[in-house]
Ligand binder design. Structure first.
Ligand code: GDP
Ligand code: MG
Length: 236
């Protein structure tokens, strides 16, 4: 019995240190301007936090840092879900593609700084600058890629394809609440998304109310965090 306790402690130490020293998983969220990237993050973070996961956010925008400031105020200052320094805005200046795909060095250095300052984070979410249907993330920057479109572009959107829609790990079709106003048929979008995405997942979401966000977050918990316990719950 006496020998068993130290072994158990040793094992816990090993799990704790190997988990905290490992690279923090990162997801990239990309999609056109106004599709709802920021609002999706604002809905996902409280769910992740409720499950015990600590999250950092990096938000890329071409010129302003408005979305980062909005998330800092909403998620950190008002809801207290994270320290304020865990929401960082990057003004990319030029083409937003460059900062998350061609040359993600600025994003990678911000991620690394975050990892050093907050090694116990469970997840880092990186919002891309608004861009078109060819947005993707460099695999050097993101381990998992969520592409988000909204129904206001019409129900032709999924079948128009584009790298983002086709290659992302999870496709989010947002603003389903306004589909009827603009005559977008969600059945058509579902049919086409199934054809284009084959067995890769997609979810219908209303980021304003949170409808469908739990399902989207569950994909992240399963496919990115592998249902692992939050680092804060691993006892040493
Ligand atoms: N009706 C409706 N509006 C939404 C939804 N998601 C986002 N919005 C609105 O769309 C606008 C753009 O959202 P935002 O998250 O800033 O988009 P981003 O540019 O992709 O980050 C905001 O005015 C949101 O309030 C939704 O599901 N339904
Ligand atoms: Mg945004």
């Amino acid at each position: 019995m006496n020998r068993w306790i130290p072994k158990c402690l040793l094992l816990n130490f090993f799990i704790y240190f190997s988990v905290s020293l490992s690279r923090i998983p990162r997801i990239g969220i990309g999609g056109p301007v106004g599709s709802g990237k920021t609002m999706l993050i604002e809905q996902m973070v409280p769910i992740l936090k409720h499950e015990g996961y600590d999250v950092g956010i990096i938000s890329n925008d071409v010129v302003s840092k408005e979305d980062a400031e909005r998330m800092r105020k909403n998620l950190a200052t008002e809801k207290g879900l994270m320290p304020e320094d865990l929401v960082i805005g990057i003004a990319t200046g030029g083409c937003p593609h460059t900062a998350v795909r061609e040359d993600p060095s600025i994003n990678i250095s911000v991620v690394e700084e975050m990892e050093i300052k907050h090694p116990n984070l469970d997840l880092i979410i990186i919002e891309s600058g608004g861009d078109n249907i060819t947005t993707t993330f460099s695999p050097a920057l993101a381990d998992y890629f969520i592409y988000i479109i909204d129904v206001s572009g019409g129900d032709k959107y999924p079948r128009k394809r584009g790298l983002g829609i086709e290659t992302c790990d999870l496709l989010v079709i947002n603003k389903i609440d306004i589909a009827s106003f603009i005559g977008a048929d969600l059945g058509v979008m579902e049919r086409d998304a199934k054809i284009i995405r084959r067995d890769k997942p997609f979810v219908f979401v209303n980021s304003k109310t949170g409808q469908g966000v739990r399902e989207a977050t569950d994909y992240v918990i399963k496919d990115v965090l592998f249902n692992a316990p939050p680092k804060s719950k691993i006892k040493i």
